[in-house]
Design a protein around this ligand. Sequence first.
Ligand code: FES
Length: 143
Amino acid sequence: MKDGTDWQYSDIVKDHFFHPRNVLLRDPKPGEFDAEGVVGAPACGDVMRMWVKLAPLGGVDGVKIKKLKWRTFGCASAIASTSIFSEMVTKNGGLTIEQALKITPQDIVKELGGLPKIKIHCSILADQAFKEAIKNYKKPDVS
Ligand code: FES
């Protein structure tokens, strides 16, 4: 794992940058997702949009993440971070919302095999967009 003091990207970062998972380049169809989160990064002005499809588990088990798609006007680190985050929350049938909310930007950076220190804020974009989407899901539009 890189110590973050140089500009070397790990092979995992490169793989996710060149082959991003779960990107949605078109606009979503009506009803395709249950929630959307849009955030900007104050450090650089980049923007992340994320869409989440949820599936109820029934009983007290809550809701799991069936599908997570995203699109960004962001850098390579933002693309790699969000790509790997989308895999982390949807693998093995999907995490519950509660499990996914526990994933931190540090977890994302660790999963990527490290990021240059100056690019750490890019991993926060994925985390914040997800939290924003879940916040919007919990407050459905009743207008
Ligand atoms: Fe803006 Fe990375 S520099 S998201």
